[in-house]
Design a protein around this ligand. Structure first.
Ligand code: NI
Length: 138
């Protein structure tokens, strides 16, 4: 772990009160931990914007009975196997499947994969959780 450095922050009183409300709401133990998270969130967003190596998870909800949807989901994953680390398929009920695809690679490729999967006809919901390889947010 890196050495800790202390620095002072000047804030308007109302803004600080809102920040403290947020800290309580999100259950942070102190302002430093909340501030670290805010900074890391910005850094991770920049990693994606700048097309760096990133990691993330795509979640899909689809009805496997719908024509061709399962085949298309699988075909797309084979096309992007260089960025897919693992896939988990959960049968939610008789119709609905939840699929979680962990991905790591260039931001643009992961975005392309997520867009390709979400746009498949029969995929009812899809999200991309944009996270980090963790290397640059120590
Ligand atoms: Ni299933």
């Amino acid at each position: 772990m890196s050495d800790l450095v202390r620095f002072g922050v000047s804030l308007e009183q109302p803004l600080l009160e809102r920040f403290d409300d947020l800290i309580r709401e999100r259950q942070y133990t102190n302002r430093s931990e909340a501030l670290r998270d805010l900074i890391r969130r910005e850094l991770v967003q920049r990693e994606w914007r700048e097309g760096r190596d990133v990691a993330g998870a795509i979640t899909l909800i689809y009805d496997h009975h719908k024509k061709d949807v399962l085949a298309k989901v699988v075909d797309t994953q084979h096309d992007f196997q260089q960025v897919i680390i693992s896939t988990q398929h959960i049968h939610l009920d008789h119709h609905n499947c939840l699929e979680i695809i962990a991905a790591r690679g260039k931001a643009e490729e992961v975005h392309k994969l997520a867009d390709a999967l979400k746009s498949i006809k029969g995929v009812r919901h899809g999200t991309l959780s944009m996270s980090s390889t963790g290397k640059e947010i120590e």
